[in-house]
Ligand binder design. Structure first.
Ligand SMILES: [Zn+2]
Ligand SMILES: [Zn+2]
Length: 221
């Protein structure tokens, strides 16, 4: 099962797509090049690969796994996805450390009664903003700390629309997750300023239209 968001962007994982415990997983296909945004908990990778194939993409051709943040519902499957697909992982350096060391508190794996399988993050983002090239198209990673120290959003353009992969826009904030309220508020303001046409959230689905997106993000301010 998959959902077409634009002619090049699909939802291929999440509750109702792969497993109820999974955060949303998105697939970006620019010409012959593809990337995944997040990996879910990893309990139903068979379904994930099946959903990617439905989009006429061979999962083994995926170049990047773009990680929005270190939490288990987004990264529990990352180690196996990288191994199965030999793709390059991208995450912010402030969250990468918890994935590489397998920290079950900060990644919230404890909340899921599980443990994070450590993996190497190939590209650690340390700037406020970094462009990632997928073929000749651009995906911009923007540091939006608060929910976690190294939260990223990814911004790209498809079918003439600005698409924002915001994932856990809604939070929550918790000391064990090393959340920071001041940073979170600033990041929400930053996301509003990006003026996206489509917002792909981690748990709340897809929002279309600048006003609807602004209203949704503002509801957490
Ligand atoms: Zn989440
Ligand atoms: Zn989260």
């Amino acid at each position: 099962m998959h959902l077409e968001i634009t002619s090049e962007i699909f939802q291929v994982g999440g509750s109702g797509y792969t497993a109820p415990e999974d955060a949303a997983i998105y697939l970006i296909c620019f010409n012959e090049k593809s990337a995944l945004v997040d990996a879910g908990c990893g309990n139903r990778l068979d379904r994930l690969y099946g959903n990617i194939s439905e989009c006429n993409i061979n999962p083994e051709t995926i170049e990047y796994l773009l990680i929005t943040h270190c939490h288990y519902d987004h990264t529990g499957g990352a180690a196996n996805v990288c191994k199965d697909l030999s793709c390059k992982t991208v995450a912010h350096k402030l969250d990468a450390q918890y994935l590489e060391k397998g920290n079950n508190t900060v990644t919230a794996a404890d909340w899921y009664g599980s443990s994070i399988k450590p993996f190497t993050v190939d590209q650690k983002i340390s700037n406020k903003q970094t462009d990632i090239l997928l073929g000749d198209r651009k995906i911009t990673a923007i540091h939006t700390p608060g929910h976690s120290p190294g939260s990223l959003v990814f911004l790209t353009e498809s079918d003439g629309k600005k698409v924002l992969f915001g994932q856990d826009v809604h939070g929550p904030l918790a000391p064990g997750l090393k959340s920071n309220r001041k940073d979170y508020i600033a990041s929400l303001e930053k996301m509003i300023s990006l003026d996206a046409d489509i917002l792909c959230e981690g748990h709340f689905g897809i929002y279309t239209g600048k006003n609807k997106i602004r209203k949704f993000i503002k509801s957490f301010l």
